[in-house]
Ligand binder design. Structure first.
Ligand code: KMH
Ligand code: ZN
Length: 273
């Protein structure tokens, strides 16, 4: 089995300091959380940005400052800025971080319910995002929240509308209104990806730890972080993203899987930039 790539999704767009006071908003807080995750063993940081008051934004300059500061604090780390942003944002707003030519960015693979909201990723939106990533040589992390999202993106790749092999999938399971975080659902998805692809699993809320364990033993990769889950265990809030990453490292050690450095992760993901 390849070494395990751990991604930390340090702030997301929905979770707030009311949920967990350690959720980062400001530049200093973002760097603190990224560093805690990196030092605990994360090779990848998935980045959303916020205004200082916590409002989610996709502002290109905010991304520039935050990505640069994280790069400096976490040498070699792989950064995956979000093109999902928050529900209700326009495609143009969401695409802004791709203007910074990151080596990777998320590409969300279909429309879905997202708690009480609708996360809109219709075909024209996805085609525009695919075109931008092809033009800017950005490797997408294909985020699938629903089982049908995988078929959608595989069809688009077959038509050349989005970057193709080797593809990196992130199965985000357990969002309210989307495919639940079960081993059955994860296996179904993993069995359908093309040979030579890589995959990560993200379990949302109480799905976080069962999915982390499944990802480790099934030979995939694991994402944790405040974007997805704020608890280390029942009723026990994590004091930092680093604590969440450290728990994945412990699980992996117990289960006999080594952790990938950022350079090793770049090779596993086939990054060329
Ligand atoms: N905040 C969610 C609505 C992504 O980063 O690409 C979407 C999201 C996906 O977080
Ligand atoms: Zn995200």
């Amino acid at each position: 089995m390849e070494k395990l790539i751990i991604t930390a999704a340090i702030c997301g767009a929905e979770v707030t300091k009311e949920h967990n006071p350690a959720v980062p908003y400001t530049l200093e807080e973002m760097v603190r959380e990224a560093k805690s995750a990196f030092e605990a063993g994360a090779a990848v940081i998935h980045v959303h940005v916020r205004e200082d008051d916590g409002t989610p934004t996709q502002d290109r300059e905010r991304f520039r400052v935050v990505l640069d500061a994280i790069k400096e604090a976490c040498p070699g780390v792989i950064l995956i800025p979000s093109t999902g942003g928050a529900t209700g944002m326009t495609p143009e707003e969401r695409l802004q971080p791709t203007e910074l030519m990151p080596e990777m960015a998320t590409l969300d693979c279909g429309t879905c319910n997202f708690s009480d909201d609708i996360f809109v990723n219709d075909m024209p939106t996805m085609r525009a995002f695919g075109k931008r990533m092809l033009e800017n040589n950005i490797k997408p992390e294909y985020e699938c929240f629903e089982i049908g999202h995988l078929d959608t993106i595989l069809n688009m790749a077959a038509k050349g509308e989005v970057p193709g092999a080797p593809m990196q999938f992130n199965f985000v399971l357990g969002v309210n209104g989307c495919t639940p975080a079960t081993v059955d659902n994860l296996s179904f998805l993993v069995n359908k990806i093309p040979a030579g692809s890589t995959w990560t699993v993200t379990g949302v809320g109480r799905g976080a730890w069962p999915m982390a364990a499944a990802g480790i033993v099934m030979g995939g990769n694991v994402r944790v972080g405040f974007e997805d889950n704020i608890y280390l265990g029942r009723g026990h809030k994590a004091a930092s993203n680093g604590e969440l990453v450290a728990k994945v490292v412990r699980l992996a050690k117990e289960l006999g899987r080594e952790i990938a450095t950022p350079d090793e992760a770049r090779k596993i993901l086939g990054l060329t930039k």
